[in-house]
Design a protein around this ligand. Structure first.
Ligand SMILES: Nc1ccn([C@@H]2O[C@H](COP(=O)(O)OP(=O)(O)OP(=O)(O)O)[C@@H](O)[C@H]2O)c(=O)n1
Ligand SMILES: C[C@](O)(CO)[C@H](O)COP(=O)(O)O
Length: 225
């Protein structure tokens, strides 16, 4: 466990949630979403090695919530950036890159339903292969939109839905993030792939949704304990 780090990104604005309270701070089952996520990671990573990325404007709210909920995990809070890419990069910069053995799991703070098994599998596979990215098969049929506006059926077995954690050898992901941001970088796997890595997918868990829109809170309420 000593070579493990986690960067939990919670620097977003949550515009699609349309809530006064930033979605990562909304209480579900008597605890803010973000605290559920951090508790799950603290079973697999020493809390001192967890980086929590938040907008500077939310630091005070976070401190108040920590007092209100007696949250005492000694995670290191880092200032976020204007995009997920920048928030991850800020988090990575705070991890000293001296150990070539270090592994870092990058995870969305708004995915509190990640299972312990998936966190563990991602660390174990990344230890062997240099990276491991959680994903699940599609349950619905999918269609591709064509340039003329029509659509056609495609083989869903050729696709996966990508989740987090996305776990990497630290030297690989630190070097991969030392690059100019592009719109194509929607996750860490796309950044590592652009750097030359071959991405290894591991089985995620279906409940591991990214809380994005209001109905997702009902799902979280149903599954969190
Ligand atoms: N500048 C940003 C933008 C996003 N994130 C984080 O990246 C994860 C996935 O982002 P998502 O929830 O899709 O984005 P938000 O900006 O939070 O929401 P929205 O797109 O609805 O505004 C979240 O944990 C979010 O806090 C971040 O750390 N810094
Ligand atoms: C990283 C991610 O959660 C993997 O599914 C996703 O790519 C984030 O996307 P968003 O553009 O921040 O919604």
């Amino acid at each position: 466990m000593n070579n493990r780090y986690a960067v939990i990104v919670a620097g977003g604005s949550g515009s699609r949630m349309q809530s006064q309270t930033p979605k990562q701070f909304i209480a579900v089952r008597q605890l803010p979403v973000l605290m559920h996520t951090l508790h799950r990671f603290a079973q697999h990573v020493l809390p001192q090695k967890i980086r929590l990325v938040l907008p500077a404007a939310h630091f005070q709210t976070w401190n108040e919530l920590c007092a209100q909920y007696n949250f005492s995990l000694p995670v290191q809070v880092v200032e976020g950036g204007n995009s997920r890419f920048q928030s991850v990069r800020n988090g990575l910069k705070t991890i000293e890159n001296s150990s070539s053995e270090a592994l870092v799991a990058i995870h969305d703070g708004v995915r509190p339903l990640v299972s312990g098994q998936v966190i563990e599998q991602c660390f174990e596979q990344a230890q062997i292969y240099g990276n491991a990215v959680a994903s699940v098969a599609l349950k619905d049929s999918i269609r591709q939109i064509l340039p003329d506006g029509a659509s056609q059926a495609v083989d869903r077995q050729l696709f996966r839905l990508v989740q987090t954690p996305q776990t990497f050898a630290l030297p690989l992901i630190a070097a991969a993030y030392d690059v100019e941001e592009t719109a194509f970088f929607t996750d860490d796997a796309s950044v590592a792939e652009a750097y030359g890595a071959t991405i290894r997918l591991v089985e995620g868990n279906y409940e591991n949704i990214k809380i994005t829109t209001p109905e997702d809170l009902a799902i979280a309420e149903a599954f969190l304990n």
